[in-house]
Design a protein around this ligand. Sequence first.
Ligand SMILES: Cc1cc2nc3c(=O)[nH]c(=O)nc-3n(C[C@H](O)[C@H](O)[C@H](O)COP(=O)(O)O)c2cc1C
Length: 438
Amino acid sequence: MKLKPYNFILSLFPTSKTPPKSSMAASSLSQTSTSFHTSAPPEPPQDLDDLLSSDPRSQEREPTQSHPSSVDDASPFSNGEPSRCLGAWSRAERAWAHWAKLGRPKLIVAPMVDNSELPFRMLCRKYGAEAAYTPMLHSRIFTENEKYRRMEFTTCKEDRPLFVQFCANDPDTLLEAAQRVEPYCDYVDINLGCPQRIARRGNYGAFLMDNLPLVKSLVQKLAVNLNVPVSCKIRVFPKLEDTLTYARMLEEAGCSLLAVHGRTRDEKDGKKIRADWSAIKAVKNALSIPVLANGNIRHMDDVETCLKETGADGVLSAESLLENPAVFAGFRTADWIVGSEESHKDGQLDQAELLVEYLKFCEKYPVPWRMIRSHMHKMLGDWFRIHPQVRDELNAQSILTFEFLYGLVDKLRNLGLRIPLYVKDADVERISANGSAT
Ligand SMILES: Cc1cc2nc3c(=O)[nH]c(=O)nc-3n(C[C@H](O)[C@H](O)[C@H](O)COP(=O)(O)O)c2cc1C
């Protein structure tokens, strides 16, 4: 197997050392291709959960470190004068100029903890995604912990446009974290939507909806001091008027792009509760900056309907991409064949093939094994339901290797299994649109 160098992604932080072999997926690759077996256990960093749920304000901070300067000289946000000096351009005009410079991406990979990491983003980009968010990073841990930075944030030059997302509740800490990543991204995003218990304990995400002055100060801090624009991802309030007041406040504070997840903080089960696209439409109509819609994007028909109904400038998809990273290329699982079965044909692609492509990206761009394990389960969920013994084999394997994982896919195929992804049959569509099917 031909192995590619991965020095670029490991050199983002000058103080980084080579990742420990114990937890990065392809850490053994720089030695020989036969040393896969020495790769490590899939456990998350021992104390990550505790770290993530800790309230950043309760920790003492190290002094601010110097940060790299912006690499994006053509950006209206990087003229050496961050947004406190607006010049002739209004904020909204600058926001739109930046969005246009990025090519107005419409099809976007949503932020997902442990799941929207570099290899997955690269896979989705290959299959139609036009931009992507990193998983949420914890701003305080990011500023303090070199190992966390090295393990949890990697990128490469093809990984653009990129939103790097942080959770935070302290403006200075957030700025310090943001300054470390700004040369490598197109937006620094603030997570204002995480509804999980861990966010309640850590006082971030959707729980900041109870403290809007703090939210305002986070946005302002970045808008005034960064060379890249700040974006926010929010959930809606139960009352539309509260959502609109919130969104207007964010725009006023310097937010340049707003992603709206059309569910409230209490509506946690995305599979059972439909997102409210009418609230997203109202936000879009109330603001002057680009607005992205999030919720209920399962296939490309949803994209079209959502953009039409909300007027949003793009969509984010999360759960559906985990099962099928080729959603934005027009592929869909059998669950989402709407209309007659004949209107769709086998797209000559399946999740096992996508998984193999994902694993190849992981070899090129090492990530913690726990992320790879999670994608195995998501992408092969339907396959495992038919052959649960193969899933049991994966679960029993505490130390993963690429050899083992490729072997698992071969095993499913040798069992005679194939579950295709479907594409719309253009011929059928054309004929039925003309009403002249014979
Ligand atoms: C596994 C997983 C991890 C997630 N992590 C994040 C995150 O880090 N930051 C965030 O803002 N939202 C996160 N979300 C929420 C999604 O970005 C998205 O808002 C939500 O799933 C609704 O989109 P969907 O209907 O397309 O799934 C996560 C969702 C999933 C399924």
